[in-house]
Design a binder for this molecule. Structure first.
Ligand SMILES: *Cc1c(COP(=O)(O)O)cnc(C)c1O
Length: 377
């Protein structure tokens, strides 16, 4: 059996090696390293894939979030509502811009922001909402957009883990996550579902005015060459990464299918086990399984993690500390938070290997080894 990894980027590359090598060499020979044609090609292709009018590539998913907040013109002290149960980038940029993160609860089954908790957290100082489509499952965007509309608040979707995910509205309309809010952001970090071979990110919007602002902020606040209207930053996707992503974007739906196959294998193997809650899929979302994250009930997570490691199976805790307990926010003097679902999940979630190259032999071995531990402890 091939060694099991959390993410197997090497095997995935080998399937596309000829095409990717040629594309990279093409960029080297053109020497258009910055803003070469592949960057525009990727914007166009992503725009068509996501059904969104404007795509602004940038240097990484964290910058994408930061640029989105900057382009919305938020002022120091403005409150930004986000889930606490997410990767730190979502909330870090809020604090970095001297905005105030307001952490709210997630739903126990979808791991995404709880719309009712979000509604309760809105104050006159609230200026934006940042839902996260965690692990590849959509947040309840219909409810979130409704609440945002009632309060006239912009919504920034952190779509770093869910590119390609479909969201179904109650009237039957289907939209890709990242194209529903006022702005969407994503990351092309190598292990993400659409991963580059280095850093990368992108911002999405259907709003023409906001698109102008986003482009300006990402490019030194420049309105025309050497005329700088606002304080911006320098955040670009380089041409080599764009060339690679153009090839990988064509594979994305296939990759999502492969991730779903692996997830279905796990979920079938663990079905009905009282000690494992397998990932839920809400009626409004499909799942692109950036992670396969289960919740353990009455069994030691450290024990399972260690047992799997002894059997050469990696497993990960995403994330061991929720935002509202991160030391980095101590200096902000935030209130004492009471987020029992977030704390409960933080103590019980564990993620199994999940990528596009898992074969049946590996999946069988992983599932059997998990059950071996669970059934004996
Ligand atoms: C990966 C990730 C980011 C940040 O992306 P980078 O490209 O690493 O900066 C932001 N939010 C979430 C939820 C992520 O998973």
């Amino acid at each position: 059996m091939k060694a099991i990894q959390m993410v197997d980027l090497k095997t995935q590359y080998q399937h596309l090696k000829q095409e990717i090598d040629a594309a990279v060499i093409g960029v080297l020979e053109s020497s258009a390293f910055i803003n070469g044609k592949p960057v525009q090609d990727l914007s166009d292709a992503l725009s068509a894939y996501l059904g969104v009018k404007h795509v602004i590539p940038c240097a990484n998913g964290t910058d994408a979030l930061q640029i989105a907040l900057m382009a919305l013109g938020l002022q120091p002290g403005d409150e930004v509502i986000t889930p606490s149960f997410t990767f730190i980038a979502t909330t870090e940029v809020v604090a970095l811009l001297q905005l105030k993160p307001v952490f709210v609860e997630v739903e126990k089954d979808t791991f995404c922001i709880d719309p009712e908790a979000l509604r309760k957290a809105i104050t006159p100082k609230t200026k934006a909402i940042v839902p996260v489509h965690l692990y590849g499952h959509a947040a309840n965007m219909e409810a979130i957009m409704q609440i945002a509309a009632e309060h006239n608040l912009p919504v920034i979707e952190d779509n770093a883990q869910a590119i390609g995910c479909d969201y179904r509205f109650s009237d039957g309309t289907v939209k890709k996550t990242g194209s529903i809010g006022h702005v969407g952001t994503t990351s092309f970090f190598p292990s993400k579902n659409l991963g580059a071979y280095g850093d990368g990110g992108a911002i999405f919007t259907n709003d023409d005015k906001l698109a102008v602002q986003l482009k300006m902020v990402a490019n030194h606040g420049q309105s025309k060459r050497y005329y700088h209207d606002v304080v911006g930053c320098n955040s670009r996707l380089d041409t080599i990464q764009a060339a690679i992503l153009n090839i990988k974007l064509r594979e994305l739906d296939n990759y999502i299918q492969r991730r779903n196959n692996a997830a279905a294998y796990y979920s079938k193997a663990f079905a009905g086990n009282p000690k494992i809650t397998t990932p839920a899929i809400a009626g409004y979302s499909n799942h692109v399984f950036h992670q396969y994250t289960m919740v353990l009930n009455g069994v030691s997570r450290d024990g399972l993690n260690q047992y799997l490691a002894e059997k050469q199976i990696p497993s990960m805790i995403y994330y061991p500390v929720p935002g509202h307990k991160q030391k980095m926010f101590d200096a902000l003097g935030l209130p004492e938070y009471d987020l029992p679902v977030t704390d409960w999940l933080t103590e019980r979630v564990i993620s199994l290997p999940m990528h596009t190259e898992l074969d049946t032999e590996q999946l069988e071995y992983i599932a059997l080894t998990v059950l071996e531990y669970i059934n004996n402890n």
